[in-house]
Design a protein around this ligand. Structure first.
Ligand SMILES: CCCCC/C=C\C/C=C\C/C=C\C/C=C\CCCC(=O)SCCNC(=O)CCNC(=O)[C@H](O)C(C)(C)COP(=O)(O)OP(=O)(O)OC[C@H]1O[C@@H](n2cnc3c(N)ncnc32)[C@H](O)[C@@H]1OP(=O)(O)O
Length: 210
């Protein structure tokens, strides 16, 4: 982990814990007030210097990609569980992750929208690392069984690629039972196709070099 990650990663992790405590803490009103005074002090320090816009995608000096603001995988983003992906030799992508009690939807269970967030990211990443990056065009979910909170597993594989479209399938399980199944169509957008075509023709038309 690089030096910046070692500083900002633990901040996001602290905020994940605070998010859960906001839901489950049973301390009295006086204690809540005291906690908020500390949070106000932290807010003032962190707000001293900020980006003007979203984090976006950044690159390190050696070319590694940082999606640190991403709501599913972002190292800096306390909303992100976060997910960490492993890619198998056959192109399958897997993630073991843990959902704290702040991700609740139905009582005691994972919110269905959170499962959609996770599957969108897992399937989209799978398309990208299998050579067909794209925006989510359509994401179809089947909520087969209730999804618990806690330790969960997601995985995805490319079903087929048709030109600019990757058809990806995947699921979330609790280790034993498949809870949510997903199918996604990921499409290389027109603007990206046009940019790539322009770059290809610029290379073709470049004068020969001695
Ligand atoms: C070098 C550049 C690389 C560029 C990479 C670009 C993106 C990569 C982004 C991230 C990758 C990184 C990691 C992955 C992680 C993240 C996963 C989360 C991703 C998201 O969270 S992302 C947010 C939600 N997502 C949107 O915000 C999309 C909004 N929307 C649009 O940006 C356009 O709407 C788009 C691009 C979908 C299509 O636009 P377009 O102009 O390219 O489409 P066009 O009309 O040319 O159709 C071309 C062919 O796609 C078919 N088609 C069109 N729309 C369809 C649809 N909705 N469903 C199924 N098929 C569809 C047509 O039927 C035709 O098919 P056919 O050729 O067979 O006739």
């Amino acid at each position: 982990m690089d030096a910046e990650a070692a500083v900002v990663g633990p901040l996001a992790e602290d905020l994940r814990v605070l998010n859960e405590l906001s839901v489950v803490s049973e301390v009295d009103a006086d204690a809540v007030g005291r906690a908020r005074e500390h949070l106000e002090a932290a807010r003032a320090i962190l707000a001293e210097k900020t980006l003007d816009g979203p984090y976006g995608v950044r690159f390190t000096a050696d070319g590694r990609q940082r999606s640190w603001g991403n709501a599913a995988v972002g190292l800096r983003n306390p909303i992100a569980p976060p997910l960490e992906f492993v890619k198998d030799d056959d192109g399958t992508v897997r993630a073991d992750y843990f959902l704290r009690r702040g991700y609740e939807g139905p009582p005691g269970l994972t919110h269905g929208g959170i499962s959609a967030l996770i599957l969108d990211q897992v399937l989209g990443y799978t398309a990208t690392v299998n050579g067909c990056p794209g925006m989510t065009g359509t994401l179809t979910l089947r909520y087969r069984n209730p999804t618990p909170l806690g330790a969960l597993h997601a995985e995805a594989r490319v079903d087929r690629i048709e030109g600019i479209k990757a058809f990806v399938v995947g699921h979330i399980s609790d280790g034993e039972t498949v809870c949510v199944e997903a199918e996604g169509v990921f499409i290389l957008p027109r603007w990206a196709r046009e940019r790539m075509a322009a770059e290809a023709s610029a290379v073709t038309e470049a004068p020969a070099q001695d």
